[in-house]
Ligand binder design. Structure first.
Ligand code: UDP
Ligand code: MG
Length: 324
Protein backbone atom coordinates (compact mmCIF):
# COMPACT_ATOMS: atom_id res chain seq x y z
CA UNK A 1 0.00 0.00 0.00
CA UNK A 2 1.23 3.47 -0.82
CA UNK A 3 1.94 5.92 1.98
CA UNK A 4 0.66 9.50 1.99
CA UNK A 5 2.47 11.99 4.25
CA UNK A 6 0.39 14.92 5.42
CA UNK A 7 2.56 17.85 6.55
CA UNK A 8 1.04 20.54 8.73
CA UNK A 9 3.01 23.62 9.88
CA UNK A 10 1.54 24.89 13.16
CA UNK A 11 2.30 28.16 14.91
CA UNK A 12 0.05 28.93 17.88
CA UNK A 13 -2.77 26.78 16.57
CA UNK A 14 -4.18 25.43 19.84
CA UNK A 15 -7.69 26.46 18.84
CA UNK A 16 -7.71 25.22 15.27
CA UNK A 17 -5.73 21.98 15.71
CA UNK A 18 -8.41 19.75 17.32
CA UNK A 19 -10.94 20.80 14.67
CA UNK A 20 -8.39 20.25 11.91
CA UNK A 21 -7.42 16.81 13.18
CA UNK A 22 -11.06 15.76 13.44
CA UNK A 23 -11.89 16.86 9.90
CA UNK A 24 -8.69 15.45 8.41
CA UNK A 25 -9.08 12.00 9.97
CA UNK A 26 -12.72 11.93 8.90
CA UNK A 27 -11.67 12.45 5.27
CA UNK A 28 -8.72 10.05 5.52
CA UNK A 29 -11.00 7.32 6.88
CA UNK A 30 -12.86 7.47 3.57
CA UNK A 31 -9.72 6.91 1.49
CA UNK A 32 -9.05 3.21 1.02
CA UNK A 33 -5.86 1.46 -0.06
CA UNK A 34 -3.45 4.02 1.38
CA UNK A 35 -1.47 4.30 4.58
CA UNK A 36 -1.00 7.69 6.17
CA UNK A 37 1.51 9.55 8.29
CA UNK A 38 0.57 12.91 9.77
CA UNK A 39 3.58 15.14 10.38
CA UNK A 40 2.82 18.20 12.49
CA UNK A 41 5.60 20.77 12.69
CA UNK A 42 5.32 22.98 15.74
CA UNK A 43 7.04 26.19 14.66
CA UNK A 44 8.02 27.39 18.14
CA UNK A 45 4.45 27.96 19.33
CA UNK A 46 3.99 29.82 22.58
CA UNK A 47 0.58 28.33 23.39
CA UNK A 48 -0.56 24.73 24.03
CA UNK A 49 0.05 23.58 20.45
CA UNK A 50 2.79 21.11 21.40
CA UNK A 51 0.72 19.64 24.26
CA UNK A 52 -2.16 19.08 21.88
CA UNK A 53 0.17 17.43 19.38
CA UNK A 54 1.46 15.09 22.11
CA UNK A 55 -2.11 14.20 23.04
CA UNK A 56 -2.93 13.47 19.40
CA UNK A 57 0.22 11.35 19.05
CA UNK A 58 -0.77 9.41 22.17
CA UNK A 59 -4.09 8.45 20.65
CA UNK A 60 -3.07 7.96 17.01
CA UNK A 61 0.05 6.08 15.96
CA UNK A 62 0.10 7.80 12.57
CA UNK A 63 0.79 11.17 14.22
CA UNK A 64 4.33 12.43 14.55
CA UNK A 65 5.44 15.85 15.56
CA UNK A 66 8.56 17.96 15.22
CA UNK A 67 8.99 20.91 17.52
CA UNK A 68 11.34 23.81 16.75
CA UNK A 69 13.50 25.56 19.33
CA UNK A 70 11.89 28.88 18.30
CA UNK A 71 9.69 30.35 15.58
CA UNK A 72 11.57 29.82 12.32
CA UNK A 73 8.68 30.69 10.00
CA UNK A 74 6.32 28.68 7.84
CA UNK A 75 8.87 28.09 5.09
CA UNK A 76 11.24 26.42 7.54
CA UNK A 77 8.37 24.34 8.93
CA UNK A 78 7.46 23.19 5.42
CA UNK A 79 11.08 22.23 4.73
CA UNK A 80 11.38 20.29 7.99
CA UNK A 81 8.15 18.44 7.26
CA UNK A 82 9.25 17.52 3.74
CA UNK A 83 12.65 16.43 5.00
CA UNK A 84 11.16 14.07 7.57
CA UNK A 85 8.39 12.72 5.37
CA UNK A 86 8.74 9.21 3.99
CA UNK A 87 5.54 8.91 1.95
CA UNK A 88 5.24 8.01 -1.72
CA UNK A 89 3.03 11.07 -1.89
CA UNK A 90 3.35 14.17 0.25
CA UNK A 91 0.77 16.88 0.87
CA UNK A 92 1.19 20.26 2.59
CA UNK A 93 -1.76 21.67 4.53
CA UNK A 94 -2.45 24.61 6.83
CA UNK A 95 -3.78 23.84 10.28
CA UNK A 96 -6.71 26.25 10.07
CA UNK A 97 -8.91 24.28 7.61
CA UNK A 98 -8.48 26.96 4.95
CA UNK A 99 -7.15 24.07 2.88
CA UNK A 100 -10.17 21.76 2.67
CA UNK A 101 -9.22 18.09 3.31
CA UNK A 102 -12.19 17.09 1.15
CA UNK A 103 -10.00 17.75 -1.92
CA UNK A 104 -7.52 15.04 -0.89
CA UNK A 105 -9.18 12.10 -2.72
CA UNK A 106 -9.24 14.07 -6.00
CA UNK A 107 -5.65 15.15 -5.56
CA UNK A 108 -4.56 11.57 -4.91
CA UNK A 109 -6.38 10.43 -8.03
CA UNK A 110 -4.60 13.08 -10.13
CA UNK A 111 -1.23 11.72 -9.02
CA UNK A 112 -2.03 8.05 -8.93
CA UNK A 113 -4.07 7.48 -12.07
CA UNK A 114 -3.90 10.65 -14.17
CA UNK A 115 -0.13 10.75 -14.36
CA UNK A 116 0.46 14.15 -12.75
CA UNK A 117 3.44 14.79 -10.47
CA UNK A 118 1.74 17.42 -8.44
CA UNK A 119 -1.78 18.53 -7.51
CA UNK A 120 -1.86 22.19 -6.58
CA UNK A 121 -4.65 24.44 -5.38
CA UNK A 122 -5.58 28.05 -5.90
CA UNK A 123 -8.40 30.08 -4.56
CA UNK A 124 -10.56 31.79 -7.13
CA UNK A 125 -12.12 34.25 -4.71
CA UNK A 126 -10.66 36.29 -1.92
CA UNK A 127 -13.85 37.11 -0.12
CA UNK A 128 -13.48 37.50 3.60
CA UNK A 129 -10.11 39.17 3.10
CA UNK A 130 -9.55 42.91 3.58
CA UNK A 131 -9.79 44.67 0.15
CA UNK A 132 -6.40 46.40 0.56
CA UNK A 133 -4.78 43.03 1.09
CA UNK A 134 -6.43 41.53 -2.01
CA UNK A 135 -5.39 44.54 -4.07
CA UNK A 136 -1.74 44.24 -3.10
CA UNK A 137 -1.82 40.47 -3.50
CA UNK A 138 -3.07 40.83 -7.09
CA UNK A 139 -0.44 43.50 -7.76
CA UNK A 140 2.26 41.23 -6.41
CA UNK A 141 1.33 38.31 -8.66
CA UNK A 142 1.17 40.56 -11.73
CA UNK A 143 4.55 42.03 -10.93
CA UNK A 144 6.41 38.84 -10.09
CA UNK A 145 5.08 37.04 -13.16
CA UNK A 146 6.34 39.86 -15.35
CA UNK A 147 9.81 40.06 -13.91
CA UNK A 148 10.62 36.48 -13.05
CA UNK A 149 11.12 33.39 -15.18
CA UNK A 150 9.10 31.02 -13.05
CA UNK A 151 5.34 31.13 -13.29
CA UNK A 152 3.58 31.84 -10.03
CA UNK A 153 -0.17 31.30 -10.17
CA UNK A 154 -2.35 34.09 -8.78
CA UNK A 155 -4.04 32.91 -5.62
CA UNK A 156 -1.92 29.75 -5.40
CA UNK A 157 -1.95 28.19 -1.95
CA UNK A 158 0.78 26.15 -0.37
CA UNK A 159 -1.82 23.33 -0.23
CA UNK A 160 -0.19 20.93 -2.65
CA UNK A 161 0.34 17.22 -3.12
CA UNK A 162 3.53 15.95 -4.73
CA UNK A 163 5.13 12.68 -5.73
CA UNK A 164 8.28 11.55 -3.96
CA UNK A 165 10.30 12.55 -7.02
CA UNK A 166 9.07 16.13 -6.94
CA UNK A 167 9.43 16.29 -3.14
CA UNK A 168 13.07 15.29 -3.46
CA UNK A 169 13.57 17.93 -6.15
CA UNK A 170 12.11 20.58 -3.82
CA UNK A 171 14.38 19.35 -1.02
CA UNK A 172 17.37 19.63 -3.34
CA UNK A 173 16.85 23.38 -3.47
CA UNK A 174 18.64 24.01 -0.22
CA UNK A 175 18.48 27.79 -0.13
CA UNK A 176 18.07 29.45 3.23
CA UNK A 177 15.72 32.18 1.99
CA UNK A 178 12.86 30.02 0.84
CA UNK A 179 9.88 31.10 -1.22
CA UNK A 180 7.89 27.93 -1.78
CA UNK A 181 5.45 29.31 -4.34
CA UNK A 182 8.43 30.08 -6.58
CA UNK A 183 10.29 26.86 -5.75
CA UNK A 184 7.33 24.68 -6.80
CA UNK A 185 7.22 26.48 -10.13
CA UNK A 186 10.99 26.35 -10.56
CA UNK A 187 11.34 22.57 -10.19
CA UNK A 188 8.77 22.08 -12.96
CA UNK A 189 6.92 18.74 -13.31
CA UNK A 190 3.34 18.27 -14.46
CA UNK A 191 0.86 20.02 -12.21
CA UNK A 192 -2.90 19.77 -12.10
CA UNK A 193 -4.62 22.81 -10.60
CA UNK A 194 -7.67 22.61 -8.40
CA UNK A 195 -9.64 25.81 -7.82
CA UNK A 196 -11.83 26.46 -4.83
CA UNK A 197 -13.60 29.31 -3.08
CA UNK A 198 -11.75 31.01 -0.28
CA UNK A 199 -12.77 29.99 3.22
CA UNK A 200 -12.02 31.64 6.49
CA UNK A 201 -9.92 29.96 9.15
CA UNK A 202 -12.00 27.92 11.60
CA UNK A 203 -10.45 29.28 14.77
CA UNK A 204 -7.56 31.38 16.00
CA UNK A 205 -6.04 34.30 14.12
CA UNK A 206 -3.95 34.74 11.02
CA UNK A 207 -0.22 34.88 11.74
CA UNK A 208 0.42 37.20 8.84
CA UNK A 209 0.09 40.92 9.30
CA UNK A 210 0.05 43.19 6.28
CA UNK A 211 3.69 44.16 6.86
CA UNK A 212 4.79 40.57 7.26
CA UNK A 213 3.14 39.76 3.93
CA UNK A 214 4.76 42.78 2.27
CA UNK A 215 8.18 41.69 3.51
CA UNK A 216 7.45 38.14 2.32
CA UNK A 217 6.55 39.39 -1.15
CA UNK A 218 9.81 41.34 -1.36
CA UNK A 219 11.62 38.13 -0.35
CA UNK A 220 9.81 36.39 -3.19
CA UNK A 221 10.83 38.96 -5.76
CA UNK A 222 14.46 38.98 -4.62
CA UNK A 223 14.58 35.19 -4.59
CA UNK A 224 13.15 34.68 -8.06
CA UNK A 225 14.10 37.75 -10.07
CA UNK A 226 17.05 40.02 -10.63
CA UNK A 227 14.89 42.59 -12.40
CA UNK A 228 15.21 45.16 -9.58
CA UNK A 229 18.95 45.27 -10.27
CA UNK A 230 18.26 46.00 -13.93
CA UNK A 231 15.80 48.69 -12.90
CA UNK A 232 18.54 50.26 -10.79
CA UNK A 233 20.86 50.32 -13.78
CA UNK A 234 18.13 51.75 -15.98
CA UNK A 235 17.24 54.53 -13.54
CA UNK A 236 20.94 55.31 -13.12
CA UNK A 237 21.43 55.61 -16.86
CA UNK A 238 18.36 57.78 -17.22
CA UNK A 239 19.62 60.19 -14.54
CA UNK A 240 23.03 60.27 -16.16
CA UNK A 241 21.58 61.10 -19.58
CA UNK A 242 19.36 63.79 -18.16
CA UNK A 243 22.18 65.38 -16.17
CA UNK A 244 24.47 65.33 -19.21
CA UNK A 245 21.89 67.15 -21.34
CA UNK A 246 21.36 69.71 -18.59
CA UNK A 247 25.09 70.35 -18.22
CA UNK A 248 25.40 71.00 -21.94
CA UNK A 249 22.45 73.33 -21.77
CA UNK A 250 23.85 75.29 -18.82
CA UNK A 251 27.36 75.56 -20.26
CA UNK A 252 26.08 76.88 -23.57
CA UNK A 253 23.66 79.24 -21.87
CA UNK A 254 26.42 80.63 -19.62
CA UNK A 255 28.78 81.14 -22.56
CA UNK A 256 26.16 83.03 -24.51
CA UNK A 257 24.41 85.04 -21.79
CA UNK A 258 26.80 85.25 -18.81
CA UNK A 259 26.01 83.81 -15.39
CA UNK A 260 23.37 85.59 -13.35
CA UNK A 261 23.29 83.96 -9.89
CA UNK A 262 20.12 82.13 -8.96
CA UNK A 263 18.54 78.76 -9.34
CA UNK A 264 19.74 77.30 -6.05
CA UNK A 265 16.25 75.98 -5.14
CA UNK A 266 16.14 73.90 -8.30
CA UNK A 267 19.67 72.73 -7.56
CA UNK A 268 18.65 71.54 -4.11
CA UNK A 269 15.75 69.66 -5.62
CA UNK A 270 18.01 67.93 -8.11
CA UNK A 271 20.57 67.01 -5.45
CA UNK A 272 17.80 65.54 -3.32
CA UNK A 273 16.29 63.65 -6.22
CA UNK A 274 19.55 62.14 -7.36
CA UNK A 275 20.52 61.37 -3.76
CA UNK A 276 17.23 59.57 -3.30
CA UNK A 277 17.64 57.55 -6.47
CA UNK A 278 21.15 56.58 -5.39
CA UNK A 279 20.03 55.45 -1.98
CA UNK A 280 17.18 53.48 -3.51
CA UNK A 281 19.53 51.68 -5.87
CA UNK A 282 22.07 51.04 -3.14
CA UNK A 283 19.22 49.60 -1.09
CA UNK A 284 18.30 47.19 -3.86
CA UNK A 285 21.88 46.04 -4.21
CA UNK A 286 22.16 45.75 -0.44
CA UNK A 287 19.10 43.51 -0.38
CA UNK A 288 20.66 41.05 -2.82
CA UNK A 289 23.97 41.25 -1.03
CA UNK A 290 22.38 40.51 2.34
CA UNK A 291 20.62 37.47 0.86
CA UNK A 292 23.93 36.26 -0.51
CA UNK A 293 25.51 36.87 2.90
CA UNK A 294 22.85 34.80 4.65
CA UNK A 295 23.17 32.00 2.11
CA UNK A 296 26.95 31.80 2.49
CA UNK A 297 26.64 31.42 6.24
CA UNK A 298 24.96 28.12 5.52
CA UNK A 299 23.01 28.06 8.74
CA UNK A 300 20.46 25.32 9.37
CA UNK A 301 16.95 26.29 8.29
CA UNK A 302 15.54 25.18 11.62
CA UNK A 303 16.58 23.62 14.92
CA UNK A 304 14.60 20.79 16.49
CA UNK A 305 13.89 20.85 20.19
CA UNK A 306 11.95 17.61 20.39
CA UNK A 307 10.11 15.11 18.24
CA UNK A 308 8.54 11.66 18.38
CA UNK A 309 9.94 10.29 15.15
CA UNK A 310 11.59 7.19 16.58
CA UNK A 311 8.62 6.28 18.74
CA UNK A 312 6.30 6.43 15.76
CA UNK A 313 8.57 4.89 13.16
CA UNK A 314 6.91 1.54 12.55
CA UNK A 315 4.26 3.01 10.24
CA UNK A 316 6.53 4.84 7.85
CA UNK A 317 8.73 3.94 4.92
CA UNK A 318 11.70 5.08 6.98
CA UNK A 319 13.07 1.62 7.80
CA UNK A 320 12.63 0.31 4.31
CA UNK A 321 14.29 3.36 2.83
CA UNK A 322 17.20 3.00 5.29
CA UNK A 323 17.95 -0.47 4.01
CA UNK A 324 17.38 0.40 0.39
N1 UDP B 1 2.57 29.18 10.33
C1 UDP B 1 3.80 28.69 10.76
N2 UDP B 1 4.77 29.57 11.16
C2 UDP B 1 4.59 30.93 11.13
C3 UDP B 1 3.34 31.42 10.66
C4 UDP B 1 2.37 30.52 10.26
O1 UDP B 1 4.00 27.48 10.81
O2 UDP B 1 5.50 31.67 11.51
C5 UDP B 1 1.52 28.23 9.91
C6 UDP B 1 0.17 28.42 10.60
O3 UDP B 1 0.12 27.71 11.80
C7 UDP B 1 -0.81 27.86 9.58
C8 UDP B 1 -0.13 28.21 8.25
O4 UDP B 1 1.24 28.46 8.55
O5 UDP B 1 -0.94 26.45 9.67
C9 UDP B 1 -0.77 29.42 7.60
O6 UDP B 1 -0.80 30.50 8.50
P1 UDP B 1 -2.05 31.47 8.60
O7 UDP B 1 -3.32 30.69 8.50
O8 UDP B 1 -1.86 32.30 9.83
O9 UDP B 1 -1.85 32.37 7.31
P2 UDP B 1 -2.99 32.85 6.29
O10 UDP B 1 -3.80 31.64 5.90
O11 UDP B 1 -3.81 33.86 7.03
O12 UDP B 1 -2.24 33.44 5.14
MG1 MG C 1 -4.76 30.51 7.16
Amino acid sequence: MKLLSVIVPCFNEEQALPLFYQELTRVLAGIKNYRFELIFVDDGSRDRTLDILKELAGGDRRVRYLSFSRNFGKEAAIYAGLEHSTGDYVVLMDADLQDPPSLLPDMLRALDTEGYDSAATRRVTRQGEPPVRSFFARLFYKLINRISDVEIMDGARDYRMMTRKMTNAVLDLKEYNRFSKGIFGWVGFRTRWFAYENRNRVAGETKWSFWKLLAYSIEGIIAFSTAPLSIAIFVGLLCFGLAFAMILFIVIKTLLFGDPVGGWPSLTCIVLLVGGVQLFCTGIIGKYLSKTYLETKNRPKYILREDNLEAADHNSNRKESCHA
